[in-house]
Design a protein around this ligand. Structure first.
Ligand code: NDP
Ligand code: 2IT
Length: 446
């Protein structure tokens, strides 16, 4: 009969086994802090070595991607697929193309994905992949050749019943199209082996919007449980990519007022609010012209400043760019400026100290709960592909709203702590863990 290690003992072992992987350490520590006490109280799980098993990926596939740029130079990048756990379904998770990508970042993302996917209630395991390829400044032809070269290796390891990639930072509709095209060519199959596809070739309506819309639906649930609503609330958002844009869109539709967006150069602050007309201009800027958010400030005559938007007073916040983009000082500023709720659109955007402050002072939703709408609609895309049918937008959006509501309920069920507000972090960690733990136990020691 094993006794549970303390958090300090567990983390010391994890750090030793995964030296230098600080993002992975951070993500595991946040989960282990809630799960170790839970395991200690549940003998059924305690003796299965579950946390040790779950923090060791099933496998990490690492490979070279060789391609040729427009000038004829041969280039080489590194790519990975981290297949973390298929306890409850085929591996599922996005691909990220960004110069900062490392194995540590993909392991943190793959680990988070296990719990997020479980929370959706759909049969999806956890995975993540990507490359240190920097898409900025590359021509469409270069991006296509890179995607084709990457898939030439990756296709050996994925498939509709094995592992189903999708988009993430730097991988949007264009890249998914190129990846899918090469997968189709190499395997002579047309299956739902990738999600986020264009709606003309197997994609689901509503997938593009799903992460941002889902984050707003989750915020609406949190506010409702505190007797409040979105109407009239001022919102700050970081990022200006897929998640940020559709978060802003749903906020506007539901009567809230987004006033900031950002990219890695800085942020715009439009006190009049970003409306649907301005957002249409932003979509063209970001999705078609691939420009910088500073151009918004020139065009609509508002301010652009270097740095991040967290000092701007607002009632609700949606960090939706990248990991560790909000520190403890910024969390303190948010709280002091009257922010009452924050829903993470990005994965792990808050540093550990910031998370601690937010968790104990305002309604705070971790990404594995509040940004699960994207992978949820990916799961719906898989279902539609398997059945060779298409659902209309109202049906997909209705299912998305139901899933976000159910995730919120799970957080309430497992996140009660006797305090003035639910602990959504604990609720999401335990609520996501139980299904995976039951599956691991039932399938034996594998
Ligand atoms: P995009 O590539 O569409 O947009 C990313 C945005 O974040 C851009 O504005 C980008 O600015 C900014 N950004 C990226 N890296 C950094 C950085 N290091 N510092 C500052 N800004 C940065 O990605 P998504 O919108 O798809 O993803 C955003 C976040 O949401 C990520 O954390 C992702 O994991 C998460 N997420 C995405 C889902 C999806 O369905 N797409 C689902 C769930 C979570 P710039 O152009 O200057 O790089
Ligand atoms: O972080 C995420 O959940 C995603 N990037 C979406 C994954 C997916 O498979 O749709």
């Amino acid at each position: 009969m094993e006794s549970c290690p303390t958090l300090r003992q567990f983390m010391a072992g994890l750090r030793k086994r995964n030296p230098g992987q600080k993002e992975f350490h951070q993500a595991v520590q946040e989960v282990a802090a809630d799960l170790l006490p839970f395991l200690a109280d549940h003998a059924r799980y305690r003796d299965q070595c579950l946390l040790e098993r779950l923090t060791e990926p099933d496998r990490v596939i690492s490979f070279r991607v060789s391609w040729t740029d427009d000038a004829g130079n041969v280039r080489a990048n590194r790519a990975w697929r981290v297949q973390f756990s298929n306890a409850i379904g085929p591996y599922k998770g996005g691909m990220r193309f960004h110069s900062s990508v490392t194995e540590s970042i993909l392991k943190f993302l793959g680990f988070e994905q296990i719990f997020k996917n479980s929370l959706t209630g759909l049969p999806m395991g956890g995975a993540k992949g990507g490359s240190n390829f920097n898409p900025k400044g590359k021509s469409p032809a270069e991006v296509m050749r890179f995607c084709q070269a990457l898939m030439t290796e990756l296709h050996h390891y994925i498939g509709p019943d094995t592992d189903v990639p999708a988009g993430d930072i730097g991988v949007g509709a264009r890249e998914v199209g190129y990846l899918f095209g090469q997968y189709k060519r190499l395997t002579h199959t047309f299956t739902g082996a990738i999600t986020g596809k264009g709606v003309d070739f197997g994609g689901s309506v509503g997938r593009t919007e799903a992460t941002g819309y889902g984050a707003v639906y989750f915020m609406r649930e949190m506010l409702k449980s505190a007797g409040q609503g979105l109407e009239g609330k001022t919102a700050i958002i970081s990022g200006s990519g897929n998640v940020a844009i559709y978060c802003a869109e749903k906020l506007i539709q539901l009567g809230a007022k987004p006033i900031t967006l950002s990219d890695s150069s800085g942020f715009i602050h439009d006190p009049d609010g970003i409306d649907l007309e301005k957002l249409a201009w932003i979509k063209d800027l970001k999705e078609v012209r691939r420009g910088r958010i500073s151009e918004y400030a020139d065009h609509f005559k508002c301010t652009f400043s270097p740095g991040r938007p967290w000092q701007v007073p607002a009632q609700i916040a949606f960090p939706s760019a990248t990991q560790n983009e909000l520190n403890a000082d910024e969390a303190r500023a948010l709280i002091d400026n009257g922010c009452i709720a924050l829903a993470e659109g990005a994965n792990m955007p808050c540093e550990a100290d910031a998370q601690h402050l937010l968790r104990s002072n305002i309604l705070y939703a971790p990404g594995k709960a509040s940004n699960a709408g994207g992978v949820a609609v990916s799961g719906l895309e898989q279902t539609q592909n398997a059945q060779r049918i298409y659902w209309a937008l109202p049906e997909v959006d209705d299912k998305l709203q139901t899933i976000m509501h159910t995730i919120h309920q799970k957080c309430l069920t497992y996140g009660q702590n006797g305090g003035p507000r639910p602990d959504y972090v604990k609720g999401a960690n335990i609520g996501g863990f139980i299904k995976v733990a039951n599956a691991l136990e039932a399938c034996g020691v594998v």
